[in-house]
Write a new protein. Sequence first.
Lengths: 214, 214, 214, 214
Amino acid sequence: MTQAKKKPKEKAAVKAKRKRTRLSPEVRRKQILEAALAEFSAMGFAATSISRIAGRVGISKANVYVHFSSKDQIFETLLQSLSSVGKSQGSWSRIQEARDVSEFIDNLIDVTYEALTPEALAIMRLLISEGHRIPDVLAKWHEANLQGRAERQAAIDEQVAAGRMKANPLTEHFEFAMTPVVYAAVAKLTFGDAAAEEVERIKDTHRKLLRQLL
Amino acid sequence: MTQAKKKPKEKAAVKAKRKRTRLSPEVRRKQILEAALAEFSAMGFAATSISRIAGRVGISKANVYVHFSSKDQIFETLLQSLSSVGKSQGSWSRIQEARDVSEFIDNLIDVTYEALTPEALAIMRLLISEGHRIPDVLAKWHEANLQGRAERQAAIDEQVAAGRMKANPLTEHFEFAMTPVVYAAVAKLTFGDAAAEEVERIKDTHRKLLRQLL
Amino acid sequence: MTQAKKKPKEKAAVKAKRKRTRLSPEVRRKQILEAALAEFSAMGFAATSISRIAGRVGISKANVYVHFSSKDQIFETLLQSLSSVGKSQGSWSRIQEARDVSEFIDNLIDVTYEALTPEALAIMRLLISEGHRIPDVLAKWHEANLQGRAERQAAIDEQVAAGRMKANPLTEHFEFAMTPVVYAAVAKLTFGDAAAEEVERIKDTHRKLLRQLL
Amino acid sequence: MTQAKKKPKEKAAVKAKRKRTRLSPEVRRKQILEAALAEFSAMGFAATSISRIAGRVGISKANVYVHFSSKDQIFETLLQSLSSVGKSQGSWSRIQEARDVSEFIDNLIDVTYEALTPEALAIMRLLISEGHRIPDVLAKWHEANLQGRAERQAAIDEQVAAGRMKANPLTEHFEFAMTPVVYAAVAKLTFGDAAAEEVERIKDTHRKLLRQLL
DNA sequence: AATGAATGAGACTTCATTCAT
DNA sequence: GATGAATGAAGTCTCATTCAT
């Protein structure tokens, strides 16, 4: 059980021995990071071997070390590169394009739940399970989140001031409005497909409640 | 200085080589499971070594194998024994002892947020990061959750029917009311102490909103 | 494959927990030696664990150490006690009871091939595979063999002098007459039951040739 | 003083830490198999450690695993590669080059006893002590032996038909003629050098008897 | 005498990493 | 840049043996 899918021990006699291809560093690095994200998220840092990452990319272990100096460095680079991804960058502006509150809520719900992509979930799992490896990155991330949050709060405050939204505990602390999404994410992370229905109901109630409250 | 304390008769033992202590299997197993929970949760399954678990208990590696036949078995035993812990067993009845809605809400909030103990968070982190190792246990857990949820919903429905609570999306799907706690948990898991203040605000807003909605 | 018959890893939950019985040292020692012969012969010295020996006897590992001070000692004691068994002690006198050459040959063949019991083969395998552990015992054994051989040769010489047997290379070096038995033994050791038919043929030809030569 | 000898540039390397040498897989595999044969034969499978094999080759333990995936695999590969060695391949044809029976016998005796090389004995000991690990290989070996035997028998039958050899139990079952060699082999395996003289006598008598019988 | 708990040593094996081509 | 061979360190697990009851 230690390794969910034990590959047969026999050496793969027939190797798909693809001719060595020489790629630009940037491309290779990206390939490696992608493979690393997939593996780290699925297996955890310690259980992921450079071998597997290399295998997924289709290069040799040694070649990984041409592009990164250590497993740790891969991990850090990965998480750093992800901080940007995480930020629902463009999303917020898209959400705000709404012309009335109703449309705003729809946008909000749709965009946010759509953001629960497998990749985003992978990042989230990584943060939860291996975050302790990268306190600095986490701290920055946290900081960035706080700032983004402040901006969003400001936008809401404006709406309230303009009388387009009601003043209530939710508009005063708008971040709270998004907490159910985290629940949905955790449900997916933990129970996988078995959580699909549940997530739908959450999303539904979420939308209804926002309509009632905003 | 470490050596200064040594009594004359003792052999030059840098490691305080304490006499072997003999305990009953039940006690040792419990000790080992506790140590394992701490380590697995902090480091993940793969990164936790039997050595560390043994060290934490203060016994030899080999002795661990007297009580468990493999690292996997420790993990499984641990998670199985935790399924029971997880269920907020008695909590719900305590919550319901409330005499009016206001007290009910206070109970609910207090009990639920107090349940975010380090141990509970450890279990949660384990479930998220290593849950894939134990699909069976997870499935049972899910099942049990669904049932508990149904019971709680029934209790709420009763309150609504009795006119003691308002009918609205939240009372119709009461599980939703607890989703912010998961957010709080994830915040703690990810940012640790840095999340303390945030969790407080969440809890606060959570309470206010429930008061408004129920 | 390392261990031909892997026992399931799970701890035997139900132990045949027989009440502790206290036996006289002699009896226990004998039991242990018997179990040891079986295991050592089947698995080799290194691959045999004290656990298995104890299990076979139905006692605890620790109890084995009450009767022997180490695994090595068990082995040596065993082989020493076997030196006597090995010598076809009484056999030769039984063979010589024959009244004529024909009966002598029949006795010789029958007694010798019957001596290829599983136990004797076990000892032989032990001597071949683990003999290097006990050079002293081996030396003594060799010595004893040489002596017995000399005695048998003398008996044959007498027969030849008396004109009851022909003088030829075989009677001059009578030990040679028994070499096919070793072949039969090795065949059994190596091929087990698959060698049965072959051994029969050997025995047959052996008998015929002796008739022709003596 | 240990430090006194150190040349300035050299690291404190008590072990003559020779530079890593890089060899082709074929060569290394062969080296490992040779070392393994020596060790397995001398100590038995279980008592032989990968460490010892690696040490004998002069490489690291880990490097052994670059070329073989497990100790078992080394063993199997070894025995499989030996099946071919064992067969007295070319020998028989060389024996048959004889121009008369006398020369045939000389060839037979010489070639056969010369085949009792240390390596051949090592293989034989392995077959006896660890054969049970590889029933398949043994079965094939047996089969091959039977066939070779049949061919040799046919050659003998021809000689008899041509009147160049006498018809007798030995020519009817020619395999029997070689049984003393196995005795000699076992004597060497068990008593080592102490058996040398005995083997000589056996060989001598063997030759004489064949002369008389063929 | 008997045993269950405990342990140090050591075995197999994996893996991140280095080296030479 | 790319790779196959090589390795030190570390991890899981087994086992002979000891200790206290």
